[in-house]
Design a protein around this ligand. Sequence first.
Ligand code: COA
Length: 332
Amino acid sequence: MLKQRGVQILGTGHHAPEQRLTNHDLTKFMDTNDEWIRQRTGIDERRICDPTKGENTTWLGTKAVENAMADAGIEASEIDLLLFATVTGEMTCPATACRVADNIGAQGCAAFDILAACSGFLYALNIASDMIRAGTYDTVVVVGCDVMTRIMDYTNRGVSILFGDCGGAAVLRATDDLSKGKIIGSMHADGSSWADLFIPVSPLDCPPGQPKDSTRMLSLQMNGREVYKFAVKTFAETISHTLEQVGLATEEVDMFICHQSNARALETMRKKFDIPDEKLPINIDRYGNCSGGSVPSLFDQVRRAGGCKDGDLVMFVAFGGGLTWASMLWRM
Ligand code: COA
């Protein structure tokens, strides 16, 4: 018979590139202004990789994993599986996960990428948690990391002001303490709305009615208004549905770690559910939207500041390209 197991978060880490791109910097090469960006998005600045220094997704993810391993106090040889959620891996083959595993010296562990855009880290956390519970693996490293500046068209001011680069990671391990780990989690996709957020590789990828312009290739295309509506609806429905399923009230959750897509959307959620500021932290003001990197980097920052303590109930929510969305209610 399958032995029951809990799942413990042994450690977390994140890494952001040093270089900053402020709203003021953007005004030097784009028709925009600080007030417009702050009011619509809550962003002051973002961190951006310098590709001339070799700063890419593999590099950023490796740093995040190294920080999480140091926090967890584990060696690379202890890792059974490395899951890497990204939309900005340098190559489709090999998986970024394989190169990061190589960089940290984890030879022979399972390693693969997950493509669920901004929901990627929560997809990975769901899968990792279930594989540990099932007894397949004992120690899993889960990473969410994106270098969004690599897929930004800075002539498109409606999109490029939103995004930045960051990666975060968590080390998960099986424990006999059954109270720890996922209480309930979900992963969803609605592919019928894929054209609201996509990265065309060839002009043929552009949906009917949109210009098949070669200058749009390999840069993120977004229908901002539709995505905003989807964000607000998804956040609300996901939080309500998750709590209903387990019969918990909003005030019983100790921390909400939400995808950092737009501070306005998060503020709407805060008001709707009457969540105190300290339970709905944000980092979008300093980092922008870092896609798969947003949730794990915020989680690490909150943990290091003393939040998400042992025994706390943490709700994770994210949504993104696909369109995808995912959630997790986790007992620390
Ligand atoms: N600076 C100044 N003006 C800008 C601008 C910028 N960077 N970008 C767009 N504008 C202008 C537009 O041209 C438009 O001008 P017009 O009224 O004269 O035509 C006006 O501002 C409004 O544009 P609109 O695109 O309707 O703005 P918005 O209120 O929808 O805000 C977003 C744009 C992108 C901030 C908002 O739609 C959003 O946050 N969407 C969700 C994005 C998201 O979460 N994506 C990630 C998913 S994981």
